[in-house]
Design a binder for this molecule. Sequence first.
Ligand code: ZN
Length: 352
Amino acid sequence: MMDETNSKAACSTEDLTKEEVIGYLHNLSPVKQGKFFDFQLQSKDRSFRGVCFSPGKRSLFAGLQADGSAVKIKKFRIDTRSNAEDLLMNNNVEIQQLPAAPFPKVDIPSTLTLGMLKSISPGQLITVKAKIIHLQEQKTVKTSSGPLSMIEGQIVDVEGYSKIILWQDFVNKVMQSLLRVKKDNYSKELFVNTAKTGTIIKPSEPFKEVLALAPTFSENVSNVTAAGKVVGIISSSQYLSCIKCNKKIEDDRSDIVACHHCGMKQMKETCDKSYYAQIMFQTEEKENLTITLFDKVIKELISVAGVTDLSGNSFDKLLLDLKNVLITYNKRTKAVSKVNRKVEQEKEVQGQ
Ligand SMILES: [Zn+2]
């Protein structure tokens, strides 16, 4: 077949052929949406994102990652559509440990951003770097293992925020930790808490970036909704972030970009994209509101709209196209947490 022979991407490095790839496993993710997990594969001269759509294989990958030896992976395909060189694999994937190290293993630290929390199934253990911005008073709660002290707080990072519950010894610590994703039975909100075993909380380097605005607890109730439309964009930006350290990358218009923070060179197409927009929203009562949309909300809009190319003015178009919507935003911070399309019942009645 034509496209099988056209493996331009695969031939660009010596340690990746169409048949096999050799490298070290890093940053194996939890199973996401019950469907897949991903990881980074450090090959000889670059790092690939691998995505495996067979959750049952995760324990095999986890064991090999923990072991730390190099592996050889066979039976994958290279996704050249959106993300130039993602290695996609399913149940057929073959992965084997190599007896000798073909090249040195490097350290690839990574943490999950709070913006990604939504895509994680409850019960998974994750690592996040975040800042505690609000803590409630310590409480003692009766549990099946006796009375336990707990404290509820709000954490924030560059992309988003989350409720956090710290149990027992973790009550006063901040933060780079293994946490468990939980789901609130009533509000269905995902949040994180310290796990019974395995949680480590340690101080980390303070954020240099602007952090997301997060409501504090008293403000959670001051989330309000408004119906209306977007009438203008005060400012909007989309930028690339480094695969390794998540920091913003200056786009110098070449195919290969270097991260100013960690120095890693990477293909522009493989970088994550982040979005931000400050917009003017006009309510049905003709009140003009200045509101802010952060990455998480914008990514939801993009996925709902099914847009893949946001170059040119299509990002602004996507925003300006928000008519007849219901927004949920925080009264004080003006940060939007949700955008819903309003059901257009009247139109249906009129048969338009
Ligand atoms: Zn970097």
